[in-house]
Design a protein around this ligand. Structure first.
Ligand SMILES: [Zn+2]
Length: 365
């Protein structure tokens, strides 16, 4: 959690509807006493905005706001990228697994904003690889792709999700079950991959931007690229059957897939820790992306620096304390709209669990 070595001064009013947002230089606040709590810092300064009269405290600007156990944020982050399941983490810290899930969601929301604030706004200046990481939510009847755009520097520029229909060989009983489930909750959108890849590329490559995009021979990718008329995309395709060596043009994506499966308990093969909801998988992926881009070296044996260092975005490997240094507010980070806003506010539905949409929206406020 944050420790303030210099006296803390609120940088702005945390109320997103406050008038002071229009003219921040004239903003004033009043000190309004203290409150005491059981964890450090035990004495917390309160403030009041002179414009909207909203009360807040120094904790309002901490990633650990409202937490009874702020000390758990850092260890939970490390274990989430070290392939631990929620219940395994919960047993170590003698807490409920739902506490771990809420911490994972909070870290995921923070990491979404952190990456959005840090990534290059002018788009990639290196060739990038687009790939769909195949996994599933709820049960194997609901497969999905996690689409990733990875640069040759191994920097992950962006990601999103696309639901898929279960395919491949099925026993007659499995085909019947799929028919029953689809009759109950509907069939996944057959255009989902095309729609989501288009959204992802629009986000990563700004209008007027140019990029060399490498991918496998997925037939939805050219359909998505054709719709990007205001971007110049040079599309190079490689068969997914080509040997997955370092000289394969898709190597950055292949390595990311490998590392993602190695680091995330929810994507292990044959596990009970699989993602129950797509939203939770996306929050966890956001945590992995921040760890991979800003904290994890490109080579363990011969340190070369992180992918973000290779792009010149940061001068050194970031410590987790720096990543979690200050709470980020979605309305103050540019570009939080569309799919990103839906993901941040927990509105990505799981088809098989109708109630999860409203339930998650509560936690995202
Ligand atoms: Zn205010």
């Amino acid at each position: 959690m944050t420790t303030h070595l210099t006296p803390f001064r609120p940088p702005f009013c945390p109320n997103p509807h406050c008038d002071s947002r229009k003219n921040p230089t004239t903003w004033r606040f009043l000190r309004k006493g203290f409150y005491h709590r059981l964890t450090k810092p035990r004495r917390v300064q309160r403030y009041r905005c002179t414009r909207c009269h909203r009360n807040f405290s120094s904790q309002t600007f901490s990633v650990a706001y409202w937490l009874k156990r702020p000390d758990l944020l850092e260890p939970v982050f490390h274990r989430l990228v070290a392939c631990s399941g929620f219940r395994q983490i919960a047993r170590e810290w003698r807490i409920s697994h739902s506490t771990v899930r809420r911490l994972s969601d909070r870290l995921g929301r923070h990491c979404l904003l952190f990456h959005e604030r840090m990534r290059p706004r002018e788009g990639p200046r290196e060739p990038v690889v687009l790939d769909g990481f195949r996994t599933f939510e709820h049960s194997q009847y609901w497969p999905m792709d996690l689409n990733l755009v990875v640069g040759t520097s191994l920097f992950v520029y962006g990601f999103n999700d696309a639901e898929l229909r279960r395919s491949g060989t099925m026993r007659p009983a499995q085909a019947l079950k799929r028919r029953i489930l689809e009759g109950r909750v509907g069939r996944p959108d057959p255009q989902a991959t095309r729609r989501r890849v288009e959204e992802l590329l629009r986000r990563v490559v700004p209008p007027g931007g140019r990029v060399t995009l490498r991918s496998d021979e997925h037939r939805s990718y050219p359909q998505a690229i054709r719709r990007l008329r205001d971007r110049h995309v040079v599309h190079e395709r490689t068969s997914s059957k080509a040997a997955r060596t370092t000289s394969n043009p898709l190597f950055p994506a292949n390595l990311s897939d490998l590392l993602l499966r190695h680091s995330s308990a929810n994507h292990k093969r044959e596990t009970v820790a699989f993602s129950k909801r797509r939203q939770s998988a996306l929050y966890r992926l956001a945590i992995w992306v921040v760890w991979r881009n800003y904290m994890k070296d490109r080579s363990e044996n011969r340190p070369k620096g992180t992918p973000a260092q290779a792009l010149g975005l940061v001068p050194r490997t970031l410590a987790l304390r720096e990543v979690l240094g200050r709470r980020l507010f979605p309305e103050r980070v540019a570009g939080i709209r569309g799919w990103l806003a839906a993901c941040y506010f927990g509105r990505i539905p799981t088809r098989a669990i109708a109630r999860c949409v409203g339930h998650e929206a509560r936690y995202a406020i």
